[in-house]
Design a protein around this ligand. Structure first.
Ligand code: CP
Ligand code: NVA
Length: 309
């Protein structure tokens, strides 16, 4: 089993279906324990985690830090000005030094190569807290949320509307392991990475569609998913993207086409009135806050898994 030797959590598709489902089951279990108020389960006791952030964060920082603490550990926040990966010193030096102080490293970076380098040189597990390429912890939390609300992930239809970005890549990589119907509706020129899409299609596990027609895409959706049109690192393109992405807003009209049973999801932070309307986020079928909460529970289970606990 290749998964037994998987030190890091960098891409969902590095793991097989059984392992992913086991991590999600573990997340449910530990979530129930934490929510019951039980504070006697302390698997991270005596352990420390270094958290490197080259980009801003609210959910990722707080969910990792609180989650690690709730299970007995201590997390250290290293912000954009602290480490300055590749600028103040080389990634391979950072990886080896941090491995000598910490039991685990979590990092949010720009270039995907940075997380690959960190993992290569670190002797402790490295967890991907978002790169320009993907965001696996987010999509694990999303999968947990869907299982809780829809009842299952297998066989459902998830329709993502917006930019073919890091979130989409993680959806595609999940779809190459777990069978469901994934549709990405994006403007022409903003499709996800071709190789990643092809790889997910060739895995033959899920039905994958990339389209430029959100109205057609959304029919029969169980989940309609939105994310910002300009990701971190693209904020100077925001104004221009607002023009190009007209018609790709998740709004009342789109949700009407999706049907009464469709849930709304958004990884947050959201720009209300831009990629998603205020009304849609506040609607009863919006599960964005349970989704945000599940970041912590999914990540706790991911950390337990890679640490062999
Ligand atoms: N969804 C998410 O990763 O949020 P932050 O950028 O606030 O961490
Ligand atoms: N696509 C967004 C996700 C934020 C959680 C970004 O990269 O900024």
């Amino acid at each position: 089993n290749a998964n037994a030797t998987q030190k890091d959590f960098l891409h969902i598709s590095d793991f097989n279906k059984l392992t992913i489902l086991n991590i999600l089951d573990r997340a449910k279990e530990v979530k129930a324990l934490i929510k019951s108020g039980d504070r006697t389960y302390l698997p991270f006791k005596g352990k420390t985690m270094a958290m490197i952030f080259a980009k801003p964060s609210m959910r990722t920082r707080v969910s990792f830090e609180s989650g690690f603490y709730l299970l007995g550990g201590h997390a250290i926040y290293l912000g954009p000005n602290d480490i300055q990966m590749g600028k103040r010193e080389e990634t391979r030096d950072i990886a080896r030094v941090l491995s000598r102080y910490n039991d685990i490293i979590m990092a949010r970076v720009f270039a995907h190569q940075d997380i690959l380098d960190l993992a290569k040189y670190a002797t402790v597990p490295v967890i991907n807290g978002l790169t320009d390429y993907n965001h696996p912890c987010q999509i694990m939390a999303d999968a947990l949320t869907i299982i809780e609300h829809v009842g299952q992930l297998e066989g459902i239809k998830v329709v993502y509307i917006g930019d073919g970005n890091n979130i989409v890549h993680s959806w595609l990589l999940l779809a190459s392991v777990i069978p469901f119907h994934f549709v990405c509706a994006c403007p022409k020129g903003f499709e996800p990475d071709e190789e990643t899409a092809k790889r997910a299609q060739q895995a033959g596990v899920s039905k994958i569609e990339i389209t430029n027609d959100p109205k057609e895409a959304v029919r029969g959706a169980d989940v309609v998913y939105s994310d910002v049109w300009a990701s971190m690192g693209q904020k100077e393109e925001a104004a221009q993207r607002r023009q190009v992405f007209q018609g790709f807003q998740v709004n009342e009209e789109i949700m009407k086409l999706a049907g009464r049973n469709a849930y709304v999801m958004h990884c947050l932070p959201a720009e209300r009135g831009v990629e998603v309307t205020d009304g849609v986020i506040e609607a009863p079928n919006s599960i964005v806050f349970p989704q945000a909460e599940n970041r912590m529970h999914a990540q706790n289970a991911i950390m337990l898994h890679v640490m062999g606990l």
